[in-house]
Write a protein that binds this ligand. Structure first.
Ligand SMILES: *Cc1c(COP(=O)(O)O)cnc(C)c1O
Length: 392
C-alpha cells in the first residue's frame, strides 16, 4: 500500500537540512573528509550539576511518581524556577497561570499554531528565520506572511512595512532575538514597538528566545516581557536547549499572556504527556544555577567566535562579530554574486567544508551563509584552514 500524505504535508517546503545531510553522506561515501560546521546543536556536554540532579531524581525511591507522566504529576519546582529566573534575570514577575512547561520550543511553537489559529488565518513569520513558525501555520491550515529581515534594518522586523490587509487577518507574529540565523539582537525599544503593534492590531506577539542566554562581551539580552503591558499581547518561548547544552532533554517554558498560555496548555493536555519528572527537576536546577553555568559555556563560544571572525577577516571576507547566539552570519564573498548556494557548493566541492547557505532560511536569507560555533576549536580551525584555500 502506498498511502497519500495529507494536504498539510504536501504543503510543506522540503526540510532544508535533508538536502545538506544527503550531500554530506554521499561525499563521505566517496572518501572525502567532510568537515561540517553547519548545524546548531551544542557539542559541549550538559553541565555536571544538572546531570547529577537528573540522576538523583530518577533514582529517588522516595518519589513514587518518578516514572509517571510528567504532565499528570508535574514538578512544581520547574515552573517556580522559571518564575524565579524571570524575576532575577529581567525583573519580570510572572503569576502561576502565566507559565506552562513545554517539551522544548520546537514542539511548543507547532502546538501554539493549533492552539490559536483557524483555517485561513494569517501568521507572520520573519525571513530568514526558523522554519517551524511556518510549519505551525500550515499544520493549522493557516497562511504565512513572510516579513523580511533586512541588513539595513539591523535584521529587525519592520512593522510599518506589514501591509494593512495582513495586519487585519493576522493572529500571531513571531519574533526571535537574539536571532537565528542572522545573530541580530533587539533592544527593549524594539520590543516596545512590537507590543504596541500587537495591541493595535490584536495580534499575539510570540517571541522565541531560544538564544537569550548565549551572550558575549557582557551583553545581556532583554525579555519582551519587560515591556509594560507586554502580558496583554505577548508570550515568550524560553528553552534550556541552547543556553545550557540541553537540546536532547526536551524542556522549556512558555510565559506571558495567560489566555495564550492556557490555550497552549490545553493543546498539550491533548497531544503530549509532558516531560519526565527527573528532567523537570534537573531543568529547575539548571535555571537556579544559571549564573554559574552559562558564563562557562559562553566563554567557550566567545573564543570560537573570535577565532572564526579573525580568520574570515584575514581572508579578506567581511563579517560582523555577533554579541549573541551560537552562529556567524556573513555575506557570501563578492565573486559569488550573492548566491549562497553557489558559494556553499563550491566550498564543499573544493574543500569538504559544509556551511549553511542562507537561502535555506528563506528567500531573504540569500546572499549570506551561516557557520555554527557548536564545533570544537580543532574542527573549526581545520575548516578555516581549508576555507583559506578557496581564496586562490
Ligand atoms: C534551536 C532553536 C529552537 C528549538 O529549541 P528547542 O527548545 O530545542 O525545541 C527554537 N527556535 C530557534 C530559533 C532555534 O534556533
Amino acid at each position: 500500500m502506498d498511502f497519500q500524505p495529507a494536504e498539510r504535508l504536501r504543503k510543506l517546503p522540503p526540510y532544508p537540512f535533508a538536502d545538506l545531510r544527503r550531500k554530506k553522506a554521499e561525499a563521505r561515501k566517496k572518501g572525502v573528509k567532510v568537515i561540517a560546521i553547519d548545524i546548531g546543536d551544542p557539542d559541549m556536554p550538559t553541565p555536571d550539576p544538572v546531570i547529577d540532579e537528573l540522576c538523583r531524581a530518577v533514582r529517588d525511591e522516595g518519589d513514587p511518581n518518578r516514572h509517571r507522566y510528567g504532565c499528570d504529576v508535574p514538578v512544581a519546582d520547574f515552573p517556580q524556577a522559571v518564575r524565579d529566573f524571570y524575576q532575577r534575570r529581567w525583573g519580570v514577575a510572572l503569576r502561576e497561570d502565566q507559565v506552562v512547561t513545554t517539551s522544548g520550543s520546537k514542539d511548543a511553537i507547532a502546538q501554539m499554531g493549533m492552539a490559536l489559529l483557524n483555517p485561513g488565518d494569517v501568521g507572520i513569520a520573519p525571513t530568514p528565520g526558523y522554519p517551524t513558525y511556518n510549519i505551525a501555520h500550515v499544520f493549522a491550515s493557516a497562511v504565512t506572511y513572510y516579513a523580511p529581515l533586512l541588513r539595513q534594518n539591523g535584521f529587525l522586523v519592520d512593522f510599518d512595512a506589514i501591509p494593512l490587509e495582513v495586519r487585519r487577518q493576522a493572529k500571531i507574529l513571531w519574533l526571535n532575538y537574539p536571532n537565528n540565523p542572522t545573530t541580530a539582537t533587539a533592544d527593549l525599544e524594539f520590543f516596545k514597538r512590537a507590543v504596541e503593534f500587537g495591541r493595535k492590531h490584536d495580534i499575539l506577539i510570540a517571541h522565541d528566545s531560544a538564544y537569550s542566554e548565549n551572550v558575549y562581551d557582557g551583553y545581556r539580552s532583554p525579555s519582551i516581557l519587560q515591556v509594560d503591558g507586554a502580558e496583554d499581547v505577548a508570550v515568550e518561548f524560553f528553552s534550556l536547549s541552547k543556553g545550557f547544552n540541553m537540546t536532547g532533554w526536551r524542556v522549556g517554558a512558555v510565559a506571558g499572556n495567560a489566555s495564550a498560555v492556557k490555550a497552549l496548555a490545553s493543546v498539550k493536555d491533548n497531544v503530549d504527556n509532558g516531560t519526565l519528572r527527573a528532567v523537570q527537576f534537573a531543568a529547575a536546577k539548571a535555571l537556579n544555577a544559571a549564573d554559574e553555568l552559562t558564563p562557562k559555556i559562553n566563554a567557550v563560544y566567545q573564543k570560537r567566535r573570535d577565532m572564526v571572525v579573525e580568520a574570515l577577516r584575514k581572508n579578506g571576507w567581511s563579517v560582523d562579530k555577533p554579541k549573541a547566539t551560537i552562529y556567524i552570519w556573513a555575506p557570501v564573498p563578492e565573486r559569488y554574486k550573492g548566491s549562497s548556494g553557489a558559494f556553499a557548493a563550491e566550498l564543499f566541492e573544493k574543500t569538504g567544508v559544509s556551511v549553511t547557505p542562507g537561502l535555506v532560511y528563506g528567500q531573504w536569507g540569500e546572499g549570506f551563509y551561516r557557520i555554527s560555533l557548536t564545533y570544537s576549536e580543532e574542527t573549526l580551525r581545520e575548516a578555516l584552514d581549508r576555507i583559506m584555500e578557496l581564496r586562490a
